[in-house]
Write a protein that binds this ligand. Structure first.
Ligand SMILES: [Zn+2]
Length: 367
C-alpha cells in the first residue's frame, strides 16, 4: 500500500490518530533532522507490525506551523504536505491537541504521542491511568518501533465531580446529562467554504468528524458553522484476517451488499488458502442498524463461533464475533464500535431530508 492509502479522515476507518507535527519533529527518529516527513511512513510501518494489520489507517492532524515554518521541512516535503492537506487526506488546523483527543474520544482510536496531555485529563476522563490507548515511538535502526504507553494519574486530577461536569460541558463534547453529542455524527454537513477538503461538495458520504462549539456544528478546519444536509448512514468496515493478521479491508455500504469470495480476496489471501474459498462464498449486508451475513451455498461453509450457518439464510451478525470462511480466513468488524447500538433505548425515527437515506444510530459502547 502506498502511504496515501494509509491516511484517512473518516472516523469509521480510523485505527490510530496522531499529531503529525509531533511525530515529524521528533529528532532522533530515522534521522537527526529537526523535522523529517519520512518519519510518517516509518511510523506507519511500525504500526503495521505492532498492530498486526498491514492495512492500518491513520488519521493525522497537523498544526499549520509545520507547513508555514520554512525552517522545518524541505520544499519538496512542504509540497507533499500541502497536497495531502488539500486532498483531505490529513487535517490541518491551528493547534492539534484538542482535535486529536476529540477524534480518539469519539472513535475509540489509539493515539500516537509522547505527550501525557496533563491539561486535558479533566476534559477527557479516560486519559489518566490509561494503559491501552496511547502508543509511543522508539528508534529501530532506520525505522520506528511502536510501543505501548501508560498515562500516569496525576494527583491534581482529584477534582470534585461538579467541577468536572462543568469542564466537560465547557468543552462542548457532552450534553447536560453528560452524554456524548451524537447528532453531529449522524448527519451529513456542508462547510460554507467552497474548497473545503473535509466538508466540501465532493464529500457527502465519507465525512470526517465535525467539531462542536458553542452549540453549533462547525468545520474543524475553517471553524465556520456548517449546514446540515440530512441523515448520514456511515458504511461499516469489515476486515479480512489470515491467521490473525489483517490483510484487507472491505467497506459495506447500506445501499449495496458485499459478495465475499475468490474474486474479491484474490491478491490478499495466499493462493493455497484462496482455493478453499468459493467464488461466491458469503454475502454481507448492512442497513444502517443491523449487519447480516449469509452463506451463499459455498463448498466449505461459513461458521460463527464454530456453528455452521444454514446456507441461503441471512443471519444477524454480532459485530463482536468473527465470521470464518475457513479456519484461517476470517471476517471481523472493524473496531469502530460506536456505530453499533448497545443501549436499550428505542431507535429515533428517521428524519426526512435529502439526499441521504435513513438514519443510523451512533452510540459509544466503551469508555
Ligand atoms: Zn471547511
Amino acid at each position: 500500500m502506498r502511504i496515501e492509502e494509509h491516511l484517512t479522515t473518516i472516523p469509521d476507518a480510523t485505527d490510530v490518530v496522531l499529531d503529525l507535527s509531533n511525530v515529524v519533529r521528533r529528532t532522533g527518529l530515522c534521522s537527526d533532522r529537526k523535522a523529517d516527513l519520512a518519519r510518517l511512513p516509518a511510523l506507519i510501518e511500525g504500526l503495521r507490525t505492532f498492530l498486526g494489520d498491514a492495512t492500518v489507517k491513520v488519521h493525522a492532524v497537523t498544526d499549520w506551523s509545520l507547513w508555514r515554518n520554512r525552517d522545518l521541512l524541505s520544499e519538496p516535503e512542504r509540497a507533499t504536505l500541502l497536497r495531502w492537506i488539500k486532498s483531505g487526506r490529513i487535517e490541518a488546523r491551528d493547534g492539534a491537541d484538542d482535535r486529536v483527543l476529540e477524534i480518539a474520544d469519539v472513535t475509540g482510536a489509539k493515539v500516537v504521542s509522547h505527550d501525557n496531555y496533563k491539561d486535558k485529563h479533566r476534559i477527557f476522563p479516560w486519559i489518566p491511568g490509561n494503559t491501552d490507548r496511547f502508543l509511543g515511538m522508539q528508534p529501530d535502526g532506520a525505522g520506528i518501533r511502536v510501543i505501548a504507553r501508560e498515562i500516569p494519574v496525576f494527583p491534581e486530577h482529584q477534582l470534585s465531580s461538579a467541577e468536572e461536569h462543568d469542564l466537560l460541558r465547557a468543552a462542548g463534547l457532552y450534553d447536560r446529562e453528560r452524554r456524548l453529542r451524537r447528532e453531529p455524527l449522524t448527519r451529513a454537513w456542508r462547510c460554507p467554504e467552497p474548497e473545503c477538503p473535509l466538508f466540501g461538495a465532493e464529500r457527502t458520504h465519507d465525512q470526517p468528524l465535525p467539531a462542536y462549539r458553542s452549540g453549533k456544528v462547525c468545520c474543524p478546519t475553517h471553524r465556520r458553522t456548517m449546514v446540515e444536509l440530512g441523515p448520514l448512514i456511515r458504511p461499516i468496515q469489515v476486515k479480512v484476517s489470515v491467521s490473525g493478521k489483517v490483510v484487507q479491508r472491505l467497506l459495506v455500504s447500506p445501499d449495496k451488499s458485499l459478495i465475499v469470495g475468490r474474486p474479491l480476496l484474490a491478491g490478499h489471501v495466499p493462493p493455497g488458502l484462496l482455493n478453499e474459498i468459493s467464488r461466491r462464498h458469503a454475502e454481507v449486508a448492512w442497513d444502517g442498524v443491523t449487519l447480516t451475513v449469509m452463506d451463499l451455498q459455498s463448498s466449505n461453509g461459513v461458521r460463527v463461533k464454530g456453528r455452521k450457518l444454514t446456507p441461503g439464510v441471512s443471519e444477524r451478525w454480532n459485530p463482536r464475533d468473527a465470521v470464518a470462511l475457513h479456519d484461517k480466513v476470517k471476517l471481523v468488524v472493524s473496531g469502530r464500535h460506536y456505530v453499533f447500538d448497545e443501549s436499550p433505548e428505542p431507535r429515533p425515527a428517521p428524519v426526512p431530508g435529502p439526499p441521504l437515506d435513513a438514519q443510523t444510530r451512533v452510540v459509544r459502547v466503551r469508555r
